[in-house]
Design a protein around this ligand. Sequence first.
Ligand code: PGA
Length: 253
Amino acid sequence: MRRPLIAGNWKMNGTKADAAELVRGIVAGVSGMQKTDVAVCPPFPYLYLVEELLQGTAIGWGSQDVSCEDGGAFTGQVSAAMLKDFGCRYAIVGHSERRQLNGETDGVIARKYAQAVANGLVPILCVGETLEEREQGKTEEVVAKHIDGVLNLEGVDAYAHGVVAYEPVWAIGTGVTATPAQAQEVHAFLRERIAKKSKEIAKGLRILYGGSMKPGNAAELIGQPDIDGGLIGGASLNAADFVAICQAGEDNA
Ligand code: PGA
C-alpha cells in the first residue's frame, strides 16, 4: 500500500569525486529494485553532478534544506524553485541538526515545507526528541509539536504531499538505534495525530525512521507496520550499506 522510501542524507560529507563514485555504486546496486523508492540528498554544490548521473534512472535526488522564502535578497539561501530547476524530487526540512545548530523553529520549518510543496517538491519533515526529552517522558509532546507546525500553517492537506521522518536525536550518528518497538510506538502516534484530521491522508503518509539505521537493523525496523522506510545518514555514504538498506525496503514492500 505505502511504497517504501529509502533516502540518503549525506550531510556535509565528501568531495565531488566521492559523490560521483557513491552515486555510481548506488545506481549499479539498486538497478533491479522495483518496489522501493530510492533517493539521495547530497550537499547543494553536488546537486548538478548528481542530476547528471541520475537522470533517466529511477533514483530520485533532493536537498538537505530549502529556503522559507521565494527568492531575492537572502544571501546564502537556496529556493525551492532552484531545487526544482536542478531536478530535485525531495527536500529535507527541519532536520534536528538544523533545529539545534541553526535555531530553526517549527514556524520557519513549516514555511520551508510549504515552499517545497508549492514548487512541486516532496518535503521530508524530520521530527524527533532529544534524550533528555525522552527521559522526561516528553517524546509524544515534542513530536506532536513538530507535526503541528505544518498542520497549523497549511492544514492536513499538506501531509498528502510530503513525507515525515521520525529521527530520535539520541539515535542520530550515535550508533544507538531506537528498538523497532520504540520506533513503531512513535510512528503509530504520529500517524494517529494526522488521522485525527484525515484518516485517508494518514493512511497514505509515508513515515520514515532515521537514526543509526544500518544493514543489520533495517529489515526489522522497516518490517514494523507504521515504518515505511528510512532516512539514512552515516550508512548512506557507503554504497554497499545503502544498497543493502534499499534491499530491506524492497523485501518489505
Ligand atoms: P544517521 O543519521 O543515520 O547517521 O544516524 C540520520 C540522519 O541524521 O538523517
